[in-house]
Design a protein around this ligand. Structure first.
Ligand SMILES: CC(C)(COP(=O)(O)OP(=O)(O)OC[C@H]1O[C@@H](n2cnc3c(N)ncnc32)[C@H](O)[C@@H]1OP(=O)(O)O)[C@@H](O)C(=O)NCCC(=O)NCCSC(=O)C[C@H](O)C(=O)O
Ligand SMILES: [Mg+2]
Length: 295
């Protein structure tokens, strides 16, 4: 089984912004995403590409997962982005506006051709109506023998643009699409991150959206500002109380007297072996987060 990689917080930054790339070495985000796509103006695309690749090569990001978001392959910059990124070998390349499994196959083929090491994974932006409709087909490409697909990232701004749905606090219009993508990701063992929250000054709204995303099952949230990291880390990480409860559930099934039982009562609640599996995962996540903190 692949070890758990905490992805509570994934901070985007325009790769044209040298100060942001530098600052990312000290920020407590689980992942940093150097953007070559929508956050970068057309006349700064080459500069952004060079700066992102140099930052990856120079390192200094510690245990943070380092990801570069390229421009789509059908844009004037996409092919050159992918060639350069393959050589720089970040932890992952994030592909925007993926609407079919073929796009991921094309990216995989190019990464191989350009000599990207196996450890460079592929993350896919799910942000078009077609991607939502074909989420299962796209996620299923994780089963291909040479697939590098590790994570979906929701692009809720592009989804709002393409569907004309409004980004309202409840996200009522988006919810069916978010859950369809989440189910597809889970069915094929792909991690999945929630979209960004644009209002930098609304901390309460941001926290509420993080909690909503966590309760839906997302692994973490994509972010746009350092001020959002602490809340995302807190909300998407297990609390000490949850860790203690998980430990109690795992321990109860380890007792010899429960060896032949499928269900027991813990603190007045029915607990089955599936709950012990969930509890074990939570403990593994807590341990991985603790290791990140020490790393
Ligand atoms: C939104 C911003 C342009 C605001 O920038 P700014 O006005 O400079 O913010 P501050 O003055 O509050 O910054 C304080 C310090 O923090 C650093 N900073 C700010 N943002 C970042 C960041 N994202 N990463 C790293 N460091 C950051 C500043 O440099 C200041 O540092 P210091 O010099 O020490 O004081 C800006 O936050 C920004 O550019 N955010 C990211 C925008 C982005 O990448 N957008 C693309 C991804 S979102 C998207 O496309 C999602 C998806 O595709 C969809 O469709 O939904
Ligand atoms: Mg987008």
């Amino acid at each position: 089984m692949t070890p758990i990689r905490p992805r509570r917080s994934a901070l985007y930054m325009p790769a044209s912004n040298a100060r942001a790339l530098e600052k990312a070495r000290t920020l407590p985000a689980d992942a940093v995403i150097f953007d070559l796509e929508d956050a970068v103006a057309p006349d700064r695309k080459e500069l952004a590409r060079d700066q992102a690749c140099a930052a990856v090569r120079n390192g200094g990001y510690g245990a943070r997962e380092v990801v570069i978001r390229i421009n789509a392959l059908d844009t004037p910059w996409g092919e050159a982005d992918l060639a350069a990124v393959a050589q720089a070998a970040p932890d992952a390349v994030l592909v925007p506006k993926v609407s079919s499994a073929e796009t991921l196959a094309a990216v995989g083929m190019r990464l191989r051709r350009h000599g990207a090491p196996e450890r460079t994974r592929v993350w896919a932006m799910i942000e078009t109506p077609l991607a939502v409709l074909k989420a299962e087909e796209i996620a299923s490409s994780a089963l291909d023998v040479d697939s590098r697909l590790a994570c979906f990232v929701l692009g809720t701004n592009d989804l709002a643009k393409e569907t004309r749905a409004r980004l309202l606090p409840t996200r009522a219009a988006m919810m069916p699409w978010l859950m369809q993508v989440l189910a597809a990701a889970r069915a094929y063992g792909v991690d999945v991150l929630d979209g960004v929250y644009n209002d930098l000054s609304d901390e309460a709204g941001f926290r509420a959206e993080c909690e909503q995303g966590r309760d839906c099952g997302f692994d973490g949230k994509s972010l746009i500002h350092p001020n959002q990291i602490a809340v995302a880390n807190e909300v998407f990480g297990p609390t000490p109380g949850e860790v203690a409860a998980a430990r109690a559930i795992v321990e109860v099934f380890e007792r010899p007297e429960n060896a032949d039982k499928g269900a027991v009562a813990v603190d007045g609640r029915m607990v089955e072996r599936l709950h012990a599996e969930m509890a074990k995962r939570m403990l593994d996540l807590a341990e991985a987060i603790e290791k990140l903190g020490r790393g």
